[in-house]
Design a protein around this ligand. Structure first.
Ligand code: TA6
Length: 296
């Protein structure tokens, strides 16, 4: 039975659950180094706040928590495709992982400063109808003064499969007009604003003064988001594509679960395996993307 042992986890120090009127369950986990909060729906990280610091992640004040709609903010898991389905527009954008009921299978305090959390999702009739493959996916978080996310995909099918994925992180910035993304200088990117796919080259740091929706190719293992009051560091492994997105004014207004002025306080920097960096897994094999987030 899904999530039958939440009561057991609720006995742990620093672990508390809450459920809203839609039956949407969130879990808050606190240790001596940080506090993190997750929705079980989508295995969705909502916040990560190191002690004496601001939350690194951003969630819209208009986000919907109804176990149906993808949550606007935090770190949605886009899998097994990115953006619209390549051939069937009736299938959910960004795949089904972020709109599935995962199982919270493990919470352990490794010590007073470090807590391990694991969510799992296996294929089902529902997922097979959307994507005809047998799989097991696992999302492990290690909550410390930094946050580590390990996303593992295992092919439990009898044939190879190929997938795209993105840890679609929404970061909390005080003022987008004074924020830059460093580490992408001189890289090729695909500009997807307005549905185009113009190939361009990044000149210097990425700054935001219009709608930005870019797929950077062959990206480095460390990126930083620099804003006046702090810098967020993103260290990654087994991912070579990065999406930078800010909807800016008009697109922000077009989204019901996004406040009209909220584009000023967020930026998405998404660690991906998309485009030529998609993953082909042979039967029985696994692939793990590892991302470490910290405020410096
Ligand atoms: O962040 C890249 C992107 O694909 C944007 O084009 C925008 O659509 C965003 O994801 C949010 O997608 P969503 O389906 O969550 O509204």
């Amino acid at each position: 039975m899904q999530n039958s042992h939440l009561q057991e986890f609720a006995q742990l120090d620093g672990v508390s659950f809450s459920k809203n009127e839609h039956g949407h369950i969130t879990v808050k986990i606190e240790n001596a180094s940080a506090t993190a909060e997750f929705s079980i729906f989508g295995a969705h990280l909502l916040s990560f706040t190191p002690k004496n610091q601001e939350d690194l992640f951003w969630v819209s004040k208009k986000a919907i928590f109804n176990n149906t709609k993808a949550i606007r903010g935090g770190m949605p898991i886009c899998w097994p495709w990115f953006n619209a389905h390549p051939s069937d527009s009736t299938k959910p954008a960004h795949g089904f992982a972020r709109i599935s009921e995962w199982e919270l299978v493990h919470i352990t305090h490794l010590d007073e400063n470090k807590t391990e959390v694991i969510f799992k999702l296996n294929d089902s009739e529902k997922t097979q109808a959307l994507w005809p493959h047998a799989f097991g996916i696992q999302l492990k978080f290690i909550i410390n003064s930094k946050l580590e996310a390990r996303f593992t995909v295992t092919n439990t099918d009898t044939k190879a499969f190929t997938y795209a994925t993105a840890l679609h992180s929404y970061f909390n910035v005080q003022d987008i007009s004074k924020t830059q993304v460093l580490g992408l200088d001189a890289l090729n990117y695909i500009n997807t604003v307005g549905g185009t796919r113009a190939k361009e080259v990044q000149q210097g740091p990425v700054s935001i003064s219009q709608e930005v929706d870019r797929i950077y190719l062959d990206t480095p293992t460390t990126l930083t988001i620099k804003s006046p009051s702090r810098t967020i560091a993103i260290a990654s492994k087994n991912t070579q594509t990065t999406v930078v997105w800010n909807p800016w004014i008009e697109k922000a207004k077009s989204m019901a679960d996004f406040g009209d002025d909220e584009y000023k306080e967020m930026i998405c920097v998404e660690n991906c395996n998309i485009e030529h960096d998609q993953v082909t897994l042979d039967t029985g094999l696994s692939h793990t993307m590892i991302i470490k987030f910290s405020a410096i």
